[in-house]
Design a protein around this ligand. Structure first.
Ligand SMILES: O=C(O)CCC(=O)C(=O)O
Ligand SMILES: [Fe+2]
Length: 368
């Protein structure tokens, strides 16, 4: 499996994109959502203050967990505030990311480290590729996303992933990324405690499934499009679902949209952009783990208005993945009355590889 994945990654060097995934959206929407007008995005993607999660005995804790569980079920997206991540850790990571993307193409090219053994580094989508439209399943000529990215993996050798390769320029990037990555690990663990309770399990249920995880941190730069407008049909990030358990996104501006599908009226809704907040969304593994009770929802990043202003946009996504050897077996509270599930057990790393292979082969794998 590893060799196959490696071959696929090598052949698709310019196309590798963990975020560019096939996936089906499953949304279980409630009445109040159906009454929304298109621009009432805040009611569709809830904004949840999670400060009570940091104090296990606080009064508001179970109310917060209920809100989180509801969001996971109805839309698979939420915006979280008062998350406890120190502002200087965010600001330093943010500024050094901008410095990195501001470097010359020649300098950034030194970080094109992706090989069959190292699925991380700097990338700029340049290749036109054929594929299936992720919404309609039709064959289409796919254009590259209008973006550049830089990705790192875990620093823990027990994850089974290769040691990090960091750019030497900017010199402080390594330390600042390490700090931010650790903060994201912590926040993900806090959120997973809430997820566990929302799924009627003890709060530490995920702990031994994430203690040598394979999380990836990816910075994305969407350049201003004034100088080089997008080709017809080209977006900043095409419609996709994420692979893993959950994603923690720090976004630098509007543009992120989530698909809503209400009784025949398909629509895209803007995810509210809230200063100092994180956007949380579930990935396909969590959807499968919960037997489709929770959603992993299609999302995309649209082009900015062509109004002559500079609309450069930066975002940083932490893709939470489980331990590679964790067995994903449908969670009890998500099974049918007789204990039945739609899905077989699967090892987390195999799931990730299948998802990736499906994307590089442009095959829709419904069974995933
Ligand atoms: O840049 C964003 O706001 C979202 C990016 C995204 O969805 C992804 O990289 O998976
Ligand atoms: Fe995404």
């Amino acid at each position: 499996m590893k060799e196959k994945l490696a071959a696929g990654m090598e052949a698709n060097r310019n196309k590798w994109d963990m975020s560019n995934m096939f996936g089906k959206m499953k949304v279980n929407l409630q009445d109040q959502v159906q009454n929304l007008s298109g621009d009432n995005s805040e009611a569709y993607v809830p904004i949840i203050d999670i400060s009570s999660l940091m104090e296990p005995s606080s009064e508001g804790r179970s109310e917060t967990i209920n809100k989180i569980g509801k969001a996971c079920e109805e839309i698979g997206f939420m915006v979280i505030t008062n998350h406890g991540v120190p502002q200087d850790v965010i600001d330093e990571m943010w500024a050094v990311t901008q410095d990195f993307f501001d470097l010359s193409e020649e300098e950034k090219a030194k970080s094109m480290t992706m090989t069959s053994d190292y699925p991380y580094g700097y990338e700029k989508g340049e290749v036109l590729s054929a594929g299936k439209d992720k919404e309609k399943g039709e064959e289409v000529e796919r254009l590259p996303d209008f973006k550049e990215t830089f990705t790192i993996g875990p620093s823990n050798p027990a994850s089974g992933m290769p040691a990090r390769i960091m750019p030497s320029n900017p010199a402080s990037m390594s330390v600042k990324y390490d700090r931010y990555y650790s903060a994201m690990e912590e926040l993900a663990a806090t959120l997973l405690q809430a997820f566990a309770v929302a799924l009627d399990m003890p709060s530490n249920w995920f702990e031994d499934r994430i203690d040598h995880h394979m999380c990836a941190l990816r910075a994305l730069n969407y350049p201003d499009q004034g100088g080089q407008p997008p080709l017809p049909g080209q977006t900043r990030a095409g419609a996709h679902t994420d692979y893993g358990s959950l994603t923690i996104l720090k976004s630098g501006g509007p543009g992120l949209e989530v698909r809503k599908d209400i009784e025949g009226r398909d629509d895209w809704v803007a995810v509210p952009h809230v200063q100092d907040a994180f956007v949380i969304n579930l990935g396909d593994l969590m959807r499968r783990w919960t037997n489709d009770k929770w959603s992993s929802t299609l999302h995309r990043v649209v082009n900015p208005p062509q109004d002559g202003r500079n609309h450069r946009r930066q975002s940083v996504a932490f893709f939470h993945n489980l331990n590679g050897d964790a067995v994903v077996s449908t969670i009890d509270s998500c099974r049918g009355e007789g204990g039945e599930s739609k899905y077989e057990d699967i090892v987390a790393k195999d799931f990730l590889m299948m998802k990736h292979l499906a994307s590089v082969k442009n095959v829709v794998r419904d069974e995933l």
